[in-house]
Design a protein around this ligand. Structure first.
Ligand code: ASP
Ligand code: MG
Length: 410
């Protein structure tokens, strides 16, 4: 007998028929002798609809009220799921974020969980009921409803699993696991059986959308094994777990791409100590996160600086980038939004030399120019023209042998 957390995403609860399917699945897990806690997202499209309503009233809605509106999507779904379990002859009780005291900070629309009180969940389970918890939502210390950011039900599930020390956290979704890359642009993508927390964290931050990044951070910190799998079949999905030696052998585990990057190129700033400190210090003050950075010296003590910022922040950033550029003596500030960041991720990069060189070669073979590069211990990212996204992803994916079943030599 185990204590299992199951999370169902929006498409898995996208209709009443699908909610009935979820009810049957949780009951099956309970009948096998497990204690079952279910976390649900809002029905698919519902969060967008609710946020749309808020925006139709006023162009920039107050964040506190947006959360009060958005949280209802999960509230409705949790209660519907509990009813569906009753209808199948089972016992269940819906629980909202504030009822199980998912206490967060007060950063509305992107709140972070501070504590969770598991006692209500345990009492519910002790009663023989399935606990159906509304994902995505919490409550701040003043009792305001908060939400955890888009995709936040993943984080609710993993955080609750950690808080109640569940044996596993199953994330049910509309795909059957984590893939070596996006199958919609690379037909040879394969499902990964097992991946480390670290690799998953990199993949999630580099544009793979299966899990909210924060949920992977929490899973890694509290060592919650996560099983990402399909809500519509029984095939095993992808286990996200602690690294072991078998994972180290895989040089490249996956290829990700991120379209929300824009390139900023500042030409001819003063080349003296403190210039980039000023530049990036001021950008940080505006709360804009910078990713790839290249500085190159030119002649006559001038330097060029190239970096990327989220496209969604570019409009806001432009006026003060021009200003800072001027203050630092720049000749020109240029922007390019037609770029994409493609990345390879793998634990084995730590112990295998020449991975970066190979990646650059695979891109070069396709005639793709690299505009910026950044690396960490287990990832290499290249900024390229957006029109080459598919070509680059396929070249890297198949170049590193990810199209082959494990065990074959690349
Ligand atoms: N319903 C929320 C969203 O659409 C949270 C989630 O589904 O994880 O972002
Ligand atoms: Mg999701």
């Amino acid at each position: 007998m185990a204590l299992i957390v199951q999370k169902y995403g929006g498409t898995s609860v996208g209709s009443i028929e699908r909610i009935r399917n979820v009810a049957r699945r949780c009951l099956a897990a309970q009948r096998e002798g497990n204690d079952v806690v279910v976390i649900v997202s809002a029905m698919s499209g519902e969060t967008n609809r609710l946020l749309g309503l808020a925006h139709s009233v006023t162009p920039i809605p107050d964040a506190r009220e947006m959360d009060a509106i958005a949280a209802t999507g999960e509230q409705v779904c949790a209660a519907l799921t509990a009813l569906a379990i009753h209808n199948e002859g089972g016992r269940a009780r819906s629980l909202l974020g504030h009822q199980i005291k998912v206490v967060t900070d007060d950063a509305f629309t992107k709140a972070r969980i501070k504590t969770i009180d598991g006692s209500k969940i345990f009492a519910t389970l002790k009663n023989g009921e399935i606990a159906v918890v509304a994902g995505f939502q919490g409550v701040d210390r003043d009792g305001n409803i908060t939400t955890l950011g888009r995709g936040g039900s993943d984080t609710s599930a993993v955080a609750i699993a950690a808080a109640i020390k569940a044996d596993a956290c199953e994330i049910y979704t509309d795909v059957d696991g984590v893939y070596t890359t996006d199958p919609t642009i690379c037909p040879s993508a394969r499902k990964i059986d097992k991946i480390s927390f670290e690799e998953m964290l990199e993949l999630a931050s580099l544009g793979a959308k299966v899990l909210q990044i924060r949920s992977v951070e929490i899973a890694m910190k509290y060592e919650v094994p996560v099983h990402v799998r399909s809500a519509f079949s029984d095939v095993p999905g992808t286990w996200v777990t602690n690294e072991d030696s078998s994972l180290e052998e895989v040089v490249v585990a996956g290829v990700a791409y991120e379209k929300n990057d824009a390139r900023v190129h500042i030409v001819g700033i003063d080349d003296r100590p403190g210039v980039v400190a000023d530049l990036f210090g001021q950008i940080a003050e505006k709360n804009i996160s910078v990713d790839m950075i290249i500085q190159s010296a030119t002649t006559e003590s001038r330097a060029n600086v190239t970096f990327t910022v989220p496209k969604t922040d570019l409009a806001r950033a432009k006026p003060f980038l021009e200003e800072i550029g001027k203050a630092l003596g720049a000749r020109e500030v240029r922007y390019d939004e037609d770029v994409v960041k493609v990345s390879i991720v793998g634990l084995g990069m730590r112990s295998h030399a020449g991975v970066a060189a190979k990646a650059f070669r695979f891109l070069a073979n396709e005639g793709i120019n690299i505009q910026a590069i950044s690396t960490s211990e287990i990832k290499i990212s290249c900024l390229i023209a957006a029109k080459y996204t598919e070509l680059a992803v396929r070249a890297l994916h198949d170049g590193f042998g990810l199209h082959r079943a494990k065990g074959c030599t690349p």
